[in-house]
Design a protein around this ligand. Structure first.
Ligand code: NCD
Length: 306
């Protein structure tokens, strides 16, 4: 059974096909309105979420399918001590596909190994978040019309930010990419991501603590929230949370064709005044996420049926 746990579970040509499907959905939504008629998506969210869960649910409704939703881990059987493996087996009896978010790294893989239906990882701890990357890729594609020859700056919590890890893994497969990793020293990109993607593929990157210094060279700036829930102590979080604040003054240092992205939720890292700058793409990214989730649900259900 095909599941998507890591963005690397999808080949580059599959990503291209998902983008093409999403573009077709945007152009002809009515053609997709009944594609998943009679199918059920179960959303199992063991960690707080608004946009990702609703994005999956909206995606399934727009495909004409139905949704079974678990929104509160405290009121689920997990609070009685049920394992992720058992939950996956049980939900396989009710639904056709699962989207799961869990605070533990690897939980989605355990679910996939035990489910008899496809599992989509909607975020596993500080590890990865492949469907956010699908949203990010469609956004870059729609705004830039290419994935090669881009200088991408990632700024903020590169240590715990799972969206950053998945995006670097995905973009590392394209030609002529460069990364600028902008973070406080304590929140640098984990070495396993550097080793497996950047170093393994000889991709040029540099690390800096200065957003101002990086701004002029970027095609894409990907801002992230400091991941409060992954910190061991409040003091460190409070010290680091406002390390970077993108405001109109810093935007003047960026190129005219820069695009600014953020997986949201935003806390303080982009000032609201930036929202009206035409280079701000983070709300478009939200919509793109729904279309890419539609494309992915469709693909996995079609594969499961064949
Ligand atoms: C991200 C996540 O959950 O990792 N949010 C999301 O899915 N849109 C980013 C975050 O929470 O900071």
């Amino acid at each position: 059974m095909r599941s998507v746990i890591d963005i690397l579970d999808l080949s580059v040509s599959e990503l291209d096909a998902l983008i093409a499907t999403a573009e077709d959905i945007i152009a002809h939504p009515a053609d997709y309105a009944e594609k998943c008629h009679g199918k059920k998506l179960a959303t199992l969210f063991f960690e707080p979420s608004t946009r990702t869960r609703m994005s999956f649910e909206a995606a399934m409704y727009e495909l004409g399918g139905n949704v079974l939703s678990m929104t509160d881990a405290a009121s689920s059987s997990a609070s009685k001590g049920e394992s992720v493996a058992d939950t996956a087996k049980v939900i396989s009896c009710y639904a056709d596909i699962i989207a799961m978010r869990h605070p533990k790294e690897g939980a989605a893989l355990v679910a996939a190994n035990n489910a008899s239906i496809p599992v989509i990882n909607a975020g596993d701890g500080g590890h990865c978040h492949p469907t956010q990357t699908l949203a990010d890729l469609l956004t870059i594609w729609r705004e830039k019309k290419r994935f090669s020859g881009l200088t991408v700056g990632l700024c903020g919590d590169l240590k715990f930010g799972r969206t950053v890890h998945s995006l670097i893994n995905a973009l590392s497969r394209y030609e002529d990419m460069r990364f600028v990793l902008i973070s406080p020293t304590e929140l640098k990109l984990p070495s396993y991501v550097k080793e497996e993607s950047l170093k393994a593929k000889n991709i040029p990157y540099r690390q800096t603590t200065s957003l101002e210094e990086a701004m002029p060279e970027l095609d894409v700036l990907y801002m992230t929230r400091v991941q409060k829930e992954r910190f061991f102590n409040e003091e460190d979080y409070l010290r680091l949370k406002d390390s970077y604040i993108l405001d109109p003054a810093k935007m003047t240092l960026g190129r005219d064709d820069l695009i600014v992205m953020h997986p949201l939720p935003r806390v303080n890292e982009i000032s609201v005044a930036v929202d009206k700058d035409p280079r701000a793409c983070y709300f478009k990214q939200v919509l793109n996420g729904k279309y890419m989730r539609m494309a992915l649900i469709l693909k996995l259900l079609e594969e499961a049926a064949s």
